[in-house]
Write a protein that binds this ligand. Structure first.
Ligand code: DX5
Ligand code: ZN
Length: 218
């Protein structure tokens, strides 16, 4: 069963609550919240106030993707605001174990992300400790970028590592996921699809887009 995680980065923020309710009803498994600090990535996005604002809007899990240089500094704020899962990057925490422990001690799920230029096997030592591994399929920083096609092999490689080290770990992909690219990443082993533009920018609206992606990925 493949889970759909709409990324609100592509949503119309003047209607954020309604749009989150809509994708929730359409069958989204979780809501993906992209946090950017202008340092780790060349863009700014949102902070914990958005998590706090969305917490009463949906019972689906809120997952925070921290694209920030110093994730430890912001962790408590997101946990207190109501995040269920916190994902941070191996690029900024070469030893991610202390942060993973802090997230687990708070009773929440931990995810580890890595960029398209990071050798996939560098995540292997930590797969046994996390609930989710996020294989970036674009360089993070902006929504609406084209899927990097060589990511398919990386997803396949990550799936093999997950089978060996932690079969219940989620394999999530993020960046350029749409009706064209979804079937390939699912066939390669992804079981959580993040999609921003393909859902909130869809011509026929977010409900149809969530259902279509879920059907393709089933
Ligand atoms: C990339 C973010 C993604 C992004 C996905 O910097 O981590 O979550 O918003 O957006 P789309 O689906 O538009 O590529
Ligand atoms: Zn993301």
């Amino acid at each position: 069963m493949t889970a759909i995680a709409p990324s609100i980065l592509a949503a119309d923020f003047s209607r954020l609550g309604d749009l989150v309710r809509e994708v929730d009803r359409a069958g989204a498994d979780r809501i993906h919240i992209d946090v950017m600090d202008g340092h780790f990535v060349p863009n700014l996005s949102m902070g914990s106030v958005v998590v706090k604002g969305l917490r009463p809007v949906t019972q689906k899990s809120l997952e925070v993707h921290l694209m920030v240089q110093d994730p430890g500094k912001f962790l408590e704020g997101f946990l207190t605001a109501g995040a269920d899962r916190v994902i941070f990057h191996l690029e900024v925490e070469p030893d991610p174990r202390p942060l993973i422990s802090r997230i687990h001690q708070a009773g929440k799920k931990a995810g580890l992300a890595f960029n398209p230029d990071k050798p996939v096997d560098e995540i292997a030592p930590f797969l046994g400790l996390v609930d989710l591994a996020l294989c970036m399929t674009v360089f993070p920083g902006f929504g609406g970028q084209a899927f990097i096609s060589s990511s398919i092999d990386r997803v396949r490689q990550l799936r093999e590592l997950i089978k060996t080290h932690n079969p219940t770990c989620d394999l999530e992909v993020d960046g350029g996921i749409d009706a064209v690219t979804a079937p390939g990443v699912v066939a390669a082993g992804a079981n959580v699809l993040v999609a921003g533009t393909a859902i909130f920018g869809a011509k026929d609206g977010p409900t149809a887009a969530v259902k279509h992606l879920a059907d393709l990925a089933a």
